[in-house]
Design a protein around this ligand. Structure first.
Ligand code: SDX
Length: 431
């Protein structure tokens, strides 16, 4: 703790507010002493509010830095793999050989889902958005593990983490197969996590399946880049839901619901829809003007970020992965990718985007990359949710295992009516 902040209320009442120093990044001002002073603080959207202490992920929005447990995302994307990053996010340290092998085996014990869950899918229309299906199916998992949902039991928390990380690829692939009317493909535990995900997505029983090492590495990197991101909207939702004592599957389903929004994880799908709408390089200036027009709700999808006021470090890596996938799949010179490159160049040279520090974020390139891998647009956020499940789970465990966790309960600035008496129908103003 460092020295206090001093607040003067009502002209003469000085309130001492403790300041806590962070390992990295901004110190925080503890406003607890305001409780006795009859004031709340006001921060709609919580953009300036540290909601919790955490040791999991650090973002420096001005420098464009992202660390998972202190390790730079660039190094993890280059040198690690997704399950190793899952171990790191959950346990705080990189695993040694034995720890990694044990962790991978523990995950593999949970890749199947209960056969009853297959019938859940039949309740959805074939054209249901896969995010709607994933949200429903993940929430329903809570009805299958009642006996091990005591969230205060560390072993149960760990098993819930294994189940969620292991089952998300199976469920995601099933969402896709259901939407195209193909048979579900069961997990195959002798394959690596990301290789088996692509097999469950794209193999069919009638044909032999051959994985592409390049596409497997690409999807594994995409999972790493999306694994966690501090207290973003969906993670904050998982923490909020978890603070009431809700079970982990319900909390993760709430996170999936939040991620779906186009301002958040739904942006990758929105980027592709936006590129389709722009259609041609010659239309870009008009859309840039629309994005700048305060009276127009259009936003340049894949640009801007609540925290990054510099290039999103994930976008740089995503751009490289995008090039690799486009080369591997032979769709490098598609009009879509050329349009995206032109849009990025024009936006980055535009005064408005420079002044407002609007750079491409991770979603700008992920959509193009996933599309080149043959993944349909409506599955992009499902992939994001699959990858982010470990981050949500790590934050849920960090919060639930903390001794001082209380139910989250923000207050408000009330601007409604003062108290008034009920008015009988015959006394009310006529329409
Ligand atoms: C993700 O939080 C996370 O960590 C999220 C995420 C994660 O990993 O969990 O990183 C994933 O959600 C990435 C963001 C994906 N969303 C999009 O790409 C959608 C397009 N982006 C915008 O909707 C927007 O940039 C937000 C929602 C991401 C942020 O919006 P803010 O909080 O308004 O951003 P800001 O305060 O920096 O905006 C500054 C100004 C504002 O104008 P003024 O009020 O100053 O006049 O820039 C404008 C904004 O209106 N602006 C844009 C813009 N983004 C911000 N103008 C045009 N196009 C945009 N994309």
């Amino acid at each position: 703790m460092t020295d206090n902040a001093k607040l003067i209320l009502n002209g003469n009442d000085t309130v001492e507010l403790p300041i806590y120093k962070a390992t990295l990044g901004e110190p925080v001002i503890d406003i607890a002493p305001l409780a006795t002073k009859g004031h709340f603080t006001y921060d709609p959207g919580f953009g300036l509010t540290a909601a919790c202490p955490s040791t999991i992920t650090y973002i420096d929005g001005n420098k464009g830095e992202l660390l998972y447990r202190g390790y730079p995302i660039e190094q993890l994307a280059e040198k690690s793999d997704y399950l190793e990053v899952c171990y790191l996010l959950l346990n705080g340290e990189l695993p040694n050989h034995t720890q990694k092998d044990t962790f991978v085996d523990q995950i593999k014990q949970h890749t199947l889902i209960h056969e009853q869950i297959r019938s859940f899918f039949n309740g959805f229309r074939r054209d249901a958005h896969p995010m709607a299906i994933m949200m429903g199916v993940v929430g329903a998992l809570s009805s299958f593990y009642h006996s091990t949902l005591d969230i205060h039991n560390p072993e149960y928390r760990q098993t819930a983490a294994f189940r969620l990380i292991a089952k998300m690829p199976t469920i995601a692939a099933m969402c896709y197969k259901y939407s195209i009317g193909q048979p579900f493909v069961y997990p195959q535990n002798d394959l690596d996590y990301s290789a088996d995900f692509l097999r469950m997505m794209f193999s069919v029983p009638a044909e032999p399946w051959k994985n592409s090492a390049t596409l497997t590495r690409a999807i594994d990197k995409i999972f790493i880049l999306h694994a966690d991101h501090e207290q973003n909207a969906s993670t904050s939702t998982v923490r909020m839901a978890g603070s009431s004592g809700a079970n982990p599957f319900a909390c993760i389903a709430a996170g999936i619901a939040t991620l779906w929004g186009p301002a958040h994880g739904g942006a990758n799908e929105a980027v592709l829809n936006m590129l389709d709408e722009i259609g041609d390089v010659k239309h870009i200036p008009r859309y840039i003007e629309k994005a700048k027009d305060k009276n127009d709700s259009f936003r340049l999808m894949g640009f801007g970020h609540r925290v990054y006021k510099n290039y999103d470090p994930r976008a740089k890596i995503m751009r490289e992965v995008c090039h690799e996938v486009l080369a591997e799949t032979g769709v490098g010179d598609t009009p879509l990718f050329k349009l995206a490159m032109a849009l990025e160049k024009i936006a980055l040279e535009d005064e408005y985007f420079i002044e407002k520090k609007l750079y491409p974020n991770v979603d700008f390139y992920s959509g193009i990359t996933l599309s080149a891998m043959g993944i349909p647009v409506n599955m992009f956020t499902v992939i994001f949710a699959l990858a982010r499940t470990v981050g949500w789970t790590a934050h849920w465990i960090e919060m639930v295992s903390a001794s001082n966790t209380k139910i989250a309960r923000p207050r408000q600035l009330y601007l409604g009516s003062t108290q008034r008496d009920f008015v009988a129908m015959d006394k009310r103003p006529k329409a």
